[in-house]
Design a protein around this ligand. Structure first.
Ligand code: MG
Length: 442
């Protein structure tokens, strides 16, 4: 063989090894080495507290080895169920559940279009379940796999509310007497529907719900809230940490005015002053106020939050973990925040399942730049359906010592709490109007 031919032969052999048979061989040997396979992926819908929860169960070929994850997008629960059962399951069957990062990356692009709430929640549920499997296989609580405890327990906040400032004071004192040091305060604005007033009865038909629209006006709200805080500080003193959620629903310039008016009352944080569509206003707000800002429960896409963090325009990140795709992206986000002095405050109301709250606790224990955790008390029905709910005591979430996420599901009992299909949505979302009839953000 001439020298030129020989070099050509060798280079074509190298290319074939790199991009052809050699690659296939390596992939096959990796599969064979693990021996663990995903045998089932299933969404479980249940509502033990009346809120539509979605939990994903990933089973493996090892008897009794399975994982749970939260995929709760309560407003569109059945769409998430379809994404899990009809699309992620066939994509994941036979794959190695210990390859968590690879499964996340490949599942994420498996739909080509990505970063929406339905697919992110479905993927988030699978991702948490894979971490749960890894913890069970390693016989370690997840916080150990995340680097071990940075703290012994997770400081939390609860929601106080009322139809008047006096009722809010009473509710704050109730939580203080239970040991809480951080309390979010919301109050009904007289004459208006509002976040903070008592919820409406959801036991009605879609048609009734659609007729039952409510009125919301921003100006009375931004006049009322500083008065509420003046009353709270007068009655409660300076020590209690107070939080407030604007809920993204006032025009941006009014939100800036409100935050400036609230500066004297030294909030622990003010939440979601702008909607995701208005985050361009953060630089203006930051220059005018030193009230700590928390943002992000509606974020889906990293492009929505990376700029706010790197430019140090917020103080706490508040994404809904399953909404961004689960523990894998949440761990990266927390680490990214650490370099910019931003702390975590994961979204944790009733529309996160107890499985999701367990995931929060493991992440919060291990994250050095943890800020605070929104908490909830689990009803007896929830504790029965989900044995191993995080314990809430003295204002802290305490982890149990079980491996993985440390929480289980009693599927037979979960089936006794089916989700409500009529109406299949939360009636307040989309049925809020300005006085002139204009649709407004809830
Ligand atoms: Mg909120």
């Amino acid at each position: 063989m001439k020298r030129r031919d020989c070099l050509g032969y060798l280079s074509s052999l190298a290319a074939a090894t790199a991009f052809g048979g050699g690659t296939r061989q390596l992939f096959a040997s990796e599969q064979a080495a693990s021996g663990l396979k995903i045998t089932d992926v299933r969404a479980i819908l249940t509502a033990p507290a009346g809120i539509r929860l979605c939990v994903v169960k990933v089973s493996t070929n090892e008897p009794e080895l399975y994982g749970l994850g939260c995929a709760t997008f309560t407003q569109r629960a059945r769409v998430v169920q379809t994404a899990v059962d009809q699309y992620l399951k066939p994509f994941l069957l036979g794959k190695d559940p210990t390859k968590i990062e690879d499964i996340w990356q490949s599942s994420w692009v498996s739909s080509y279009w990505r970063n929406g709430p339905v697919l992110n929640n479905a993927l988030g549920g699978v991702d948490m379940a894979l971490w749960d499997i890894l913890g069970k296989r390693a016989q370690l609580p997840l916080y150990q796999l995340f680097g071990g405890k940075s703290r012994e327990a997770v400081d939390t906040y609860r929601h106080a509310r009322g139809n008047s400032p006096e009722e809010v004071v009473e509710d704050v004192r109730r939580f203080q007497s239970q040991g809480y040091r951080h309390i979010r305060v919301q109050a009904a604005v007289p004459g208006l529907a509002t976040y903070g007033a008592k919820s409406r009865d959801t036991a009605q038909s879609s048609e009734q719900a659609n007729r039952d629209t409510k009125v919301w006006e921003p100006k009375p709200y931004v006049r009322f809230i500083p008065k509420l805080f003046e009353h709270l500080r007068h009655e409660l003193g300076d020590e209690v940490e107070l939080l407030h959620d604007v809920h993204e629903r006032v025009p941006p310039i009014l939100a800036i005015q409100l935050v400036k008016d609230l500066d004297p009352f030294r909030l622990f944080f003010l939440e979601d002053p702008f909607s995701p569509e208005d985050i361009g206003y953060f630089p203006m707000l930051r220059q005018q106020s030193s009230t700590p800002l928390a943002m992000g429960e509606l974020f889906n896409n990293p492009h929505e939050f990376t700029g706010l963090i790197k430019d140090r325009l917020i103080d706490l990140i508040r994404v809904h973990i399953s909404q961004i795709g689960g523990l894998t992206p949440a761990r990266k986000l927390a680490a990214f925040c650490e370099y910019f002095g931003v702390r975590t405050a994961w979204h944790g109301p009733g529309d996160v399942s107890p499985v999701g709250h367990a995931a929060h606790v493991h992440l919060d224990l291990a994250t050095p730049n943890f800020g605070i955790q929104e908490a909830r008390e689990f009803s007896q029905e929830e504790q029965d359906v989900f044995p191993g709910c995080p314990e809430l005591r003295d204002g802290y979430y305490w982890p149990n010592q079980r491996v993985g996420l440390g929480i289980e599901i009693d599927e037979a009992l979960a089936a006794k709490f089916p989700i409500q299909d009529e109406p299949p949505f939360d009636i307040d979302w989309g049925n809020l109007r300005r006085a002139d009839g204009t649709s407004t953000k809830p």
